[in-house]
Write a protein that binds this ligand. Structure first.
Ligand code: ABC
Ligand code: CA
Length: 487
């Protein structure tokens, strides 16, 4: 699948070990409490079969793509940070992690997802292999543990990244820290590079993946990525963990898209921390000035490497405002598993809300489809599917901004968000200029609260009665036959 085909999609991020156990699993409650560190750093029992059995949970939530955590075989030996249940610590790139199932199970997952109209994006790592407890890269003894990178020449000389502002160091040295460094692959060695390039092509073809999420992009020199993504032959979205728009955007010359880290920082600042909404105006301007195509960026509020949104701000009404923004703004929304169940990553422990506590097993939720957040996401994503394809290539237009409110138009949609929160009791009347977008007399319905209708006035403007909840307004007539709001 190409970048253009992915433009309209929405992505649900899941960790295979934590999404669902298969129905015949022996230890159905494992990891459910999310309270014991040695437990959350080990396998919890989620599998590919578990995902297959719960695809309707994702489909009903409204997503038409999933991003699954890395699938290759990991070391079985315990480290001080537990096991490689998350998948980022490869031992053998050419076999499938047996904890998750067989090769056939993975093929079945992709096929079952496709039958339900869900595309599958696989997370892939080309920067490093898995760490070995108490050992440092790279002796012959050390490297012979890996497939296919079993030669010392496949790795950089061992060093740790100390100066994160030194790009050479960031690319050449190991991440993971002094205690458990991840052996860094030498992608300058043409033989190592070509092994990786062959590997990605074979992985994508063997399992029929629709896209790849690329790990640790800033830790590998750029030209390598051009060859790697070309060889993958499907949509690629990279992780450059950095808040700087200019720094991240250059990578869009080497792959289709990037996760929207710069915007992530702004969205947390304005919605979770309550800072001025003018931050969104600035971030969008910077995004547009620096990125080649902002409609392909993966917009997210949190994920498995950063604190859960609700761990920073426990107000679900504010979460819904932030979700309304990412689900309809320019770009591809990426929602992390458990958001729909109001997971907060156990915020009371040390590092609470963040890795490893933000990786809760989803089964404690019983896969309820009736939580307000589940319903909220599902309504917006059902609506999103009705929108014409031009919605996904146009840019949004600011409709109103002040310290607490951000509203935008995109095509025929108007989105109203604020960071006041449920306890603020705020209500404000704001007249928003329609600028000829809708003709006077048009009835605009809030699809999130179907009995709320705003009539466009004689001057083409709208009176917005703002409370703490977000609004998504759309010409009511155009919803006829859609089933939304019983129309
Ligand atoms: C384990 C333990 C942790 C422990 C750590 C040392 O080891 O679980 O508790 O603290 C995987 C596992 C992790 C595991 C790591 C290391 O491996 O999931 O649980 O941590 O063994 C990707 C993946 C991530 C994965 C890896 C490794 C990479 O999404 O899940 O981790 O395959 C860096 C990398 C980034 C990486 C991330 C975890 O670390 O660049 O690719 N994610 C700064 C740096 C960033 C750095 C970030 C976090 O800190 O610039 O490069 O990310 O450490 C902004 C700045 C940013 C700055 C932030 C903090 O502030 O603009 O640049 O980011 O303002
Ligand atoms: Ca590297």
């Amino acid at each position: 699948r190409t970048a253009n085909e992915w433009r309209q999609r929405t992505i649900y991020q899941l960790l295979t070990d934590r999404f669902a156990q298969p129905s015949n699993a022996k230890n159905q409650t494992l990891c459910e409490s999310n309270k014991v560190e040695y437990e959350v750093r080990r396998y919890c029992g989620g599998t590919f079969k578990g995902i297959i059995e719960n695809l309707d949970y994702i489909k009903n939530l409204g997503f038409d793509a999933i991003w699954i955590s890395p699938v290759v075989t990991q070391f079985e030996e315990e480290t001080q940070f537990g096991l490689g249940w998350h998948g980022y610590w490869a031992q053998n790139m050419y076999s499938i992690n047996p904890h998750f199932g067989t090769e056939q199970d993975l093929k079945n997952l992709v096929e079952a997802a496709h039958k339900k109209g869900i595309w599958v994006m696989v997370d892939v790592v080309a920067n490093h292999m898995g760490p070995q407890r108490g050992k440092k890269p790279k002796t012959e003894e050390y490297v012979k543990q890996y497939t296919p990178f079993n030669n010392t020449s496949n790795y950089h000389e061992y060093c740790n990244i100390h100066n994160w502002n030194d790009q050479n160091e960031v690319e050449y040295c190991s991440i993971g820290g002094e205690d458990l460094p991840l052996p860094d692959l030498d992608t300058e060695n043409p033989q190592t590079a070509s092994l990786l390039i062959d590997w990605i092509s074979s992985l994508v073809k063997t399992y029929n993946f629709d896209g790849i999420r690329i790990d640790t992009v800033k830790h590998v020199r750029k030209p390598f990525w051009a060859d790697f993504t070309k060889s993958a032959g499907v949509f690629s979205i990279g992780e450059v963990f950095d808040g700087n728009h200019g720094y991240v955007s250059d990578y869009q010359n080497y792959m289709d898209a990037l996760l929207g880290y710069p915007l992530y920082y702004t969205l947390n600042s304005v919605y979770a921390d309550g800072n001025s909404m003018y931050g969104i105006r600035d971030a969008l301007n910077q995004n547009r000035q620096s990125f080649k195509d902002t409609n392909l960026l993966g917009n997210f509020l949190d994920g498995h490497d950063v604190p859960r949104f609700l761990s920073k701000k426990s107000d679900q009404s504010i979460l819904r405002n932030a979700l309304a923004f990412i689900l309809l703004a320019d770009g591809i929304p990426v929602v992390y598993q458990g958001t729909e169940q109001n997971f907060n990553g156990n915020p009371t422990v040390s590092y609470g809300g963040n890795d490893p506590w933000n990786r809760e097993a989803l089964w404690s939720s019983k896969y309820s489809q009736s939580t307000p957040t589940y319903q909220f996401i599902s309504t917006i994503l059902t609506f999103r599917k009705l929108l014409p394809s031009k919605f996904f290539s146009e840019l949004s237009v600011e409709a109103w901004v002040d310290a607490n409110i951000y509203m935008f138009f995109k095509d025929r949609v108007m989105v109203v968000t604020s960071n006041y929160g449920k306890d603020s009791g705020v209500s404000r009347d704001i007249i928003v200029q329609g600028n000829g977008r809708w003709s006077p007399g048009t009835d605009m319905v809030n699809i999130l609260k179907c009995d709320e209708i705003v009539k466009v006035d004689v001057n083409g403007n709208l009176l917005i009665k703002l409370n703490q909840e977000p609004k998504v307004l759309y010409p009511m007539k155009e919803l006829n036959g859609s089933g939304l709001c019983k129309l």
